[in-house]
Ligand binder design. Structure first.
Ligand SMILES: [Mg+2]
Length: 367
């Protein structure tokens, strides 16, 4: 089998703005692209490119200008070699573009074998618990109301994206813990907001509140202060989601003892291939790898889910209820049953693209 052509179909994606902190705004009017990798045997692999924060217009040209030449004529089953070649182009091709190609190639490989992608990666579980991940709320009371809503719906874990202001963040955590008592695992994602002293202070407080993990307290290049923080806190630190160097920098973060749990997603790491390598790398150190999801697009969410299902050391699937999880462009979306999501069971990514709806906002095709 050979890759015969690559097309990028571009659509308008109009959203309702929402944010995870003062500056991180999603739900804007952007483009979503469908990547179409066409083979000479009639099998086509697809993925989505673009998020509601950073639309595909920032990435899609690189696929045609730089990646297409590398891909035409290759066997789509040579997926690891292709990813290694794409990674070497990361000065001219964005990570999002690399990820979208890799995911579409995995879609082809699943369709060839008539199996969901997690089967090819090595299935570890049939279902996984979901945690609700908050948006930014102006008022502490809205954070509390959101947590209670999900607790009452039977969900057992909840992650807070606070204001990034230490004293307010501590208050939000205290009020939510008071409201849900011990009925939910609680996590805090400070989104790299603090300097070391504040990070330590907030960390100690949420340790006392029996939080389950402490995510991204410091900026993502600060190995020096992560090491200090790791040595002073008992609560598990979760980091590496978007570190410079991506997958190839994670060994240093692990061996320098900066973090208890590593983290990434298909976009941040550059596809399903490096994300599965990441979960395996963590597993070799008997560490968990918690996968970020929900702030990109619907098929990236699905791709993340396949890796989670195929990795014993991923405990949760992440869901942003406030945003609809950036859901757009599929006929059916990932469903939740009593706080769990099940393994996809159709070939490839296993979720159908809603072409009819997308075509209503068709912009152009580049090839
Ligand atoms: Mg995060």
């Amino acid at each position: 089998m050979k890759i015969q052509d690559i097309k990028v179909d571009i659509f308008e994606w109009k959203g309702t703005p929402w944010k995870t902190n003062y500056r991180n705004i999603f739900g804007q009017d952007v483009n979503l692209s469908v990547i179409r990798i066409i083979t000479d045997e009639g099998i086509e692999g697809n993925s989505f490119l673009g998020s509601s924060k950073l639309g595909s217009e920032h990435h899609h040209k690189g696929i045609v200008d730089f990646a297409k030449e590398l891909l035409i004529g290759r066997n789509p089953q040579d997926i690891s070699k292709i990813w290694n070649d794409l990674w070497k182009m990361n000065r001219s091709l964005s990570l999002n573009a690399i990820a979208s190609i890799d995911i579409a190639l995995w879609d082809i490989n699943g369709k060839i074998s008539n199996q969901p992608i997690h089967r090819l990666l090595g299935t570890c579980k049939e279902k996984v618990p979901v945690y609700s991940s908050t948006a930014f709320h102006e008022n502490i009371n809205d954070y509390v109301k959101e947590a209670i809503t999900f607790m009452e719906a039977g969900w057992t874990a909840h992650k807070i994206h606070p204001h990034g202001i230490p004293d307010i963040d501590i208050k939000i955590c205290q009020e939510i813990r008071k409201s849900v008592d011990s009925k939910m695992k609680l996590m805090l994602d400070s989104m790299c907001a603090y300097q070391y002293e504040d990070a330590l202070r907030v960390g100690k407080k949420i340790e006392d509140l029996n939080f389950y993990w402490y995510e991204d307290p410091l900026v993502e290049e600060d190995i020096y202060n992560y090491k200090k923080l790791y040595s002073k806190l008992d609560i598990p630190i979760v980091s590496t989601e978007f570190i410079p160097g991506k997958y190839y920098s994670v060994p240093e973060w692990i061996t320098q003892k900066t973090t208890n749990i590593v983290r990434g997603d298909v976009v941040a790491m550059g596809g399903i291939s490096p994300l599965k390598r990441l979960t395996d790398l963590a597993d070799a150190f008997n560490m968990k790898c918690e996968i970020h999801s929900g702030s990109s697009n619907s098929l990236d969410n699905v791709a993340n889910l396949h890796v989670i299902i195929a990795s014993a050391n991923c405990e949760f699937y992440e869901f942003f209820p406030c945003s609809g999880e950036n859901r757009f462009g599929l006929s059916e979306e990932i469903e939740f049953d009593n706080g769990y999501v099940s393994a996809p069971n159709k070939p490839g990514l296993g979720f159908e693209i809603a072409w009819k709806d997308l075509n209503k906002t068709y912009v152009a095709t580049i090839e």
